[in-house]
Structure formats: structure tokens, C-alpha cells
Design a protein around this ligand. Structure first.
Ligand SMILES: [Mg+2]
Ligand SMILES: [Zn+2]
Length: 218
């Protein structure tokens, strides 16, 4: 194969159960990390199929870092949660090259959440990394010194914003619907009609990986 593959995987609702509780905001967060099914199988299959040319990153929007009311959910804590998730998978034989998070919130987000106090440092008019922006993908490419022109980008996630991130990066987005975010499925169905060659919906993570493999074999 002449190109590289960059696989970007969302964290909450894709790799682990998403309870909308801003994982990491309290001291007992480790016991709340619950991994979702078929990920280990999927990652192992991907590595076996493309042993030499694949990089895999966890990309996660973490607006909780910007919320001052969550005193314990610092940037460091948010990174620790990601590292712990990666470690849990590593122990099971599924490897990620790294985790990248966006700790920022937009002015829009601030307006939508009057119940919280925000740390000004993380409030940005426009940040390049909050999905569906592609800053975290660019970071991943840079970390692995991958040439964008020679890299096929895949994003697996449970939200429309994950799929839009893929489209913005001229890659392929694969939705794995999460039981609590089913309104996202309807939005992505519309996107799939518009971009049938770039948007896919899989029933689980293994199905998403199968979709990557099929796409590569086209
Ligand atoms: Mg998610
Ligand atoms: Zn950001």
C-alpha cells in the first residue's frame, strides 16, 4: 500500500460509555470508565489487516475543562482520563498512538450553558481544534509526521460533529450510534445521503472497522 491510514476515534460514546457527567470531574472517575463492546476486536482486526501503515488516535472535545465549577476537571485530569482509557485498551491488546483533546468552549457554548461558570482562559471565539474543526487531526498528522496528501483519514464517532470533522478533513466518517445519542443518527442519515462515498453508519465498532477495511480495498 502506498498511503498511510490515520484512524481517529472519538472517546465518549464511542470507546467508553457516555453518561454526560463530565468524566474526571470527581475523585472516583476511574471506577466510572466503562468500555463499549467490540473495540478490542475491531482494533486487533485493523492492525492485523494493515500492519505497517496505520496510526490511531483518540480525539476528544472536553469542554468540561473550561467549566470552573468542576474544580478537579483540569486539563491534566482530562488528559489523565484519556490516558487511562488508552491504557485499559492497551492491556487488552488494542493500541492507540496517542490522545488529543480540545479543552476549549465557544462563546456559543457559554451562552447555551448559563448554569456554569467558565474559565476565560479556555473560552475562545474560534478554536481550530473543537470538532468539527480539524485541528486535532492536524495535530495527529504532525505527531506522526504524516503527509496529509498521502494519508487517508477515517473518523469513527457517535455524533454528527465527528462525521463533519471527517468531511472537513476530506476523509471518511463512520457513525457508531450510541444508545443515548440517537438524535445524532437522524442527522447523520441526512449527511450520508449527501455524501454517500464519505459517510457511513455501522452497527458497532467492529462494523466500523470493517467499513474502513472495505473502503481501503475499493
Ligand atoms: Mg462522542
Ligand atoms: Zn480547542
Amino acid at each position: 500500500m502506498e498511503h498511510n491510514i490515520l484512524l481517529c476515534v472519538d472517546r465518549d460514546g464511542t470507546l467508553i460509555y457516555d453518561d454526560h457527567y463530565f468524566l474526571g470531574k470527581d475523585n472516583y472517575w476511574k471506577s466510572k470508565v466503562k468500555i463499549l463492546p467490540k473495540i478490542v476486536e475491531g482494533m486487533k482486526l485493523l492492525d492485523k489487516t494493515f500492519p505497517n501503515c496505520i496510526c490511531r488516535f483518540i480525539l476528544s472535545n472536553q469542554p468540561g475543562v473550561a467549566i470552573q465549577d468542576f474544580k478537579r476537571l483540569t486539563l491534566k485530569r482530562a488528559n489523565d482520563v484519556c490516558k487511562e482509557v488508552a491504557l485499559i485498551f492497551k492491556r487488552k491488546g488494542a493500541f492507540f498512538d496517542g490522545c488529543i483533546i480540545c479543552p476549549h468552549v465557544s462563546l456559543d457554548y457559554v451562552k447555551k450553558h448559563p448554569e456554569y461558570n467558565f474559565d476565560k482562559k479556555y473560552v475562545q471565539k474560534e478554536c481550530n481544534c473543537f470538532k468539527p474543526n480539524i485541528g486535532m487531526i492536524e495535530d495527529a498528522l504532525a505527531k506522526k509526521k504524516l503527509d496529509k496528501k498521502n494519508t487517508y483519514i477515517y473518523v469513527i464517532g457517535d455524533r454528527e460533529s465527528d462525521i463533519l470533522t471527517a468531511l472537513n478533513a476530506k476523509g471518511v466518517g463512520i457513525l457508531v450510534p450510541f444508545e443515548k445519542n440517537l438524535e445524532e443518527l437522524e442527522k447523520v442519515k441526512d449527511l450520508k445521503n449527501k455524501y454517500p462515498k464519505q459517510v457511513f453508519i455501522a452497527k458497532d465498532f467492529l462494523g466500523a472497522i470493517q467499513c474502513v477495511i472495505d473502503k481501503e480495498r475499493e
